[in-house]
Design a protein around this ligand. Sequence first.
Ligand code: ATP
Length: 236
Amino acid sequence: MLELRDVSVSYGKHLALENAALKVGKSEIVVILGANGAGKSTLLKAISGISEGRVTGSVSLGGEHLTGLPAHRIVEAGVALVPEGRGVFGELDVIENLLLGAYATRAQDDQQANLDRVMTLFPRLDERRRQQVRTMSGGEQQMVAIGRAMMSSPEILMLDEPSLGLSPLLSKDLFASLKTVRDAGIGILLVEQNAKASLAVADRGYLLENGHIVHGASAKSLAGDPAVQAAYLGGK
Ligand code: ATP
């Protein structure tokens, strides 16, 4: 289980995240909902060891402390990030991008099994193994980014706004594929502005407002909460 206690992040004098606490278990999808600038990316970067700010508090995975470790050690411990904007290499093809995710020692023996798993999860990538990624659609590039993170054999997969720029239909497909990942025993921490599609697949969720986690509940109860509906579901 991934556990955060009292995690705060400041950029100079600006406190962007204050005393965040959350848990993500094996085989669960947890979504963090928050508006632009609420601190969602700040939170994921702090967990991944790539924060540009000053991070305090405790991040642990299965009791192992990750706080302060460099990013590659955090991947090695089993936490992988799909960054906002995907971070794929457009000049490289699908397989080359996927293999870039496989450098972790923890994943080396499982490279072929992980590749097979990614191709089963996203048959579209299997059809386009040697296609240059920059020529692919936004949805396909997002699959490459998720696939690359899966190549590191993560226990926890974190995604920063994966639905950004995707059509509602593609977003729905993408979120459905996250359920398959979860059902394979991986915990998912998702940050999103798209409350509707993410709450539809999540097990639990937290609301992040101005750097504070103000509420945590089951996805079902969040989706039915009038305040959440007004703030994140367009009042519907
Ligand atoms: P978005 O959806 O726009 O990415 P977010 O919820 O991910 O929003 P963050 O990017 O985490 O929000 O930003 C939270 C706050 O921290 C904002 O006020 C932002 O301006 C500030 N911030 C983020 N990164 C930095 C940085 N590297 N240096 C200084 N301030 C930053």
